[in-house]
Design a protein around this ligand. Structure first.
Ligand SMILES: *Cc1c(COP(=O)(O)O)cnc(C)c1O
Length: 395
């Protein structure tokens, strides 16, 4: 039950992978003058940077790896505070924790993304960065967030793991803050099974991120000598097989988004007039990925009843995407003296308890999106699902 890219794996991915296997060059580095070396990861990075309109792109082994490498590249130090939304996937928190920082949770608004006004109240002398998450493919209110960051001298790392290809006021998500992190796992807009991307316009940050992701090396291991590496890195590299699939998927991204937007519009129009049902706010409707359609009810009771009828859950029940459900993170927050556990972020609790995620392209029970359509759904299926939803609301 994956994301839209996974539904569209076909001839293009097979061709790219076969080229790599036939060449027998599986490592991302090779002799660029050797025609046998297919340069899939190099090409992916080049095309992803161009697609996003970013100066640099770096492929990694996961979205979590992209977040950790980016935080470290930005110079996040032990004890620093990083402001994150109370509704996100667990990796937004765990990457900050692994960087030694304290994730400071912050209320969301009815876009289900970070509420900029609430961010302002969370800033202390220890705050170093804000990590807005473009949750469920929906861009955050980036103008307001960048304005706050500017006034307080804070770094912005966009967690665009669920939002590859989305945009805000004409800029691709991930390119508005200092750095942007993406995931290519199976539930995301495009996929290579597991993988990630980082984008930035800053050459210095790119160089640091590259070194951190590959044992301290300079970009593409050009001209590095033993004894001259300045940064201690680790290994978050991606290999040519993953690079090959990601490349084929990237080339389908615009078609994926176009299809999802058109199917979502049809679904949404069919349920638009149901009494007591509204939709989450979209800070830039033209730029959202349309992977999900999130509906909001007047009350948690009503949302719970409808969710049960549809065989799904309200968003507050969706496991590791809701702070209150993250046992290990709660333990950490308690030790760090931060609010933790259900009730700590009442506005977020309230919104999520009234919300149901209906799948459009991402079909994932873990996101609370077990009910809905997928990228291949016909008009008849879209109508039928809309009718089921309307019926459930009337019961
Ligand atoms: C998926 C996701 C991640 C982590 O990505 P992985 O590739 O699974 O490591 C991080 N943040 C958000 C918001 C995500 O949805």
């Amino acid at each position: 039950m994956p994301g839209p890219g996974a539904y569209l794996i076909g001839e293009e991915e097979i061709k790219e992978v076969l080229e790599v296997l036939q060449s027998r060059y599986l490592f991302r580095y090779g002799d660029l003058s050797d025609k046998n070396f297919k340069q899939k990861v190099y090409t992916l990075e080049k095309e992803f940077a161009e697609y996003c309109g970013a100066g640099y792109a770096l492929a990694t082994s996961s979205g979590s790896g992209s977040l950790l490498v980016s935080l470290l590249a930005l110079g996040i130090q032990p004890g620093d505070e990083v402001i994150v939304p109370a509704y996100t996937f667990v990796a937004t928190y765990s990457s900050a924790i692994f960087a030694g920082a304290v994730p400071v949770l912050c209320e969301i608004d009815e876009s289900l993304t970070l509420d900029p006004e609430a961010v302002e109240t969370k800033i202390t002398s220890k705050t170093k960065a804000i990590v807005p998450v473009h949750m469920l493919g929906n861009p955050c209110r980036m103008d307001a967030i960048m304005d706050i960051a500017g006034r307080h001298g804070l770094l912005v790392l966009e967690d665009a793991c669920q939002a590859a290809g989305g945009s805000y006021k004409g800029k691709k998500l991930g390119t508005i803050g200092r750095m942007g992190a993406f995931s290519l796992n199976i539930f995301k807009t495009i996929t290579t099974g597991d993988g990630g991307m980082i984008v930035t316009d800053d050459k210095g940050l790119y160089t640091r991120a590259f070194a951190l992701h590959d044992q301290g090396h300079t970009p593409n291991r050009a001209g590095v000598q033993v004894g001259r590496r300045s940064i201690l890195g680790l290994n978050f590299r991606v290999n040519e097989l993953s690079g090959a699939v990601a490349l084929a998927q990237l080339r389908k991204l615009d078609r994926i988004l176009e299809t999802l937007r058109s199917k979502k519009t049809k679904f949404k129009q069919s349920i638009a007039n149901v009494p007591g049902v509204s939709f989450r706010t979209l800070p830039d409707p033209a730029g959202e990925c349309a992977t999900l359609c999130t509906v909001l009810f007047d009350s948690a009771e009503k949302a719970g009843r409808v969710a049960r009828t549809l065989g799904t859950t309200t968003v507050d029940q969706s496991g590791w995407h809701v702070y209150a459900n993250m046992e290990h993170v709660n333990r950490y927050l308690k030790e760090a003296g931060q609010p933790y556990g259900k009730g700590a972020y009442p506005r977020t609790d309230n919104i999520l308890s009234r919300a149901i995620n209906i799948s459009v392209g991402v079909v994932d029970a873990g996101l609370g999106a077990a009910f809905g359509i997928n990228i291949n759904s016909s008009d008849a299926e879209i109508r039928q699902k809309a009718e089921s939803f309307i019926r459930a609301c009337k019961e």
